[in-house]
Write a protein that binds this ligand. Sequence first.
Ligand code: UD1
Ligand code: MG
Length: 457
Amino acid sequence: MNNLNVVILAAGKGTRMYSDKPKVLHALAGKTMVRHVVDCAKLLHPGKTIVVYGHGGEAVPQALSSSDISFVLQEPQLGTGHAVQQAMPLLADEGYTLVLYGDVPLIQYATLHQMQQTGSGLTLLTVNMDNPAGYGRIVRNESGDVISIVEEKDATPEIREIREVNTGILLAPTKLLRTWLTGLQTNNAQGEYYLTDIVGMAVDAGVAVHTVQPAFEWEIQGINSKSQLAVLERTWQRVQANRLLAFGVTLMDTERLDVRGELACGRDVEIDVGCIFEGKVTLGNKVQIGAYCIIRNATIAEGTQIAPYSHIDESVVGADCRIGPYARLRPGAKLHNEVHVGNFVEIKNSEIGFNSKANHLSYIGDASIGARVNVGAGTITCNYDGANKYRTIIEDDVFIGSDTQLVAPVTIAKGSTIGAGSTITRNTPPDELTLSRSKQLTISGWSRPVKNKPVSS
Ligand code: UD1
Ligand code: MG
């Protein structure tokens, strides 16, 4: 469909969230509700996306700030029809307007696309609910044609029996929508301009009214409270877990996985309980993730094992690596294949070459490490002088003894060995043993102090 514009209603107060933040800025699966809607709308390639905001001042435009979104302020908020009215000056008559809700975060592209396939006229997204309380009811005539939407507060007991409800999401020809909106009245139970009143107007004008149902009920679930948000979060996590299972991923427990972004997995990936994936994460074939790992914006290549309680952030991990338990890869960690990183090792903004190992208690920051390097327990790159950061370069086949400090900038040449307990401040020659250590001495006859015991009477 050409000339599609999207209007996202996000001006509502969200009183029942009991929060200072506008409702649509609360997050579901790590992303604000309104951002979910904006991202979904983007898939339709609309000409314009307009967010109607109100409660919470500039917080919504600030949170979304993007050149391809227009914002209009609705102040005061006089109902859904009034909200759409505010966007109309930005829209040309040609084409269609899709109305979405900022507090209905999980609407899916496939459902909206289906709405676009119904042909000309007004298209409503409706759903049959066992418990329709609170929703506007879809009223049809004997032939099954939609004749109006009646809000619950305005409904007779007979109409309240209707199970088909208005999700609020609709698609209308922009020119007609503009005309209908100017005709809205507030003579209803809530004294508001109801967007839903355009349905009766369409019927009176002989415009076809179509209905489409979403593929899943969770798509149209609106959020009014923290409790509804928590329920929808779990529903969404279950949906994502099932998608992973359908692709052949092994999940030790589908109820103990949180995907807050996009997780792409190869074949035979295994994920133990309690893991959190944030942003964009890619796991290659046969990757194993141990329990309670937090992995954010990372790529992990084929055959790598991440042992429990490891944190990986903005990092790239090669194939057949062994990471953790308790490893921490911070932004800019780039590990080549077959690298081993053990417990309590922190790596930041550093490249680690093929088959190199740092297995215990180390800080590696701003370093370039070659292939087959062994970094001994307790090694620290001293990369920061309080004002500036410097790099440490460790060439291929170096062996760093335990408890070594490498004071950057410094280069440890190929094949060097550094004796344990050294503080290295100057570059080392290749293939030699370098160490800096005070001599060991023994003071004979020295006795250890003893505690003064109280004298017993
Ligand atoms: C609306 C529909 C109802 C439908 C229900 C689905 C109307 C009159 N009723 O009712 O048929 O079943 O949604 O959830 O449309 N908003 C604004 N400005 C306003 C008022 C609302 O931006 O002045 C936004 C809200 O932030 C929210 C959405 O519009 O995102 C819906 O508003 P809400 O007050 O929840 O409408 P309901 O009474 O639930
Ligand atoms: Mg509502």
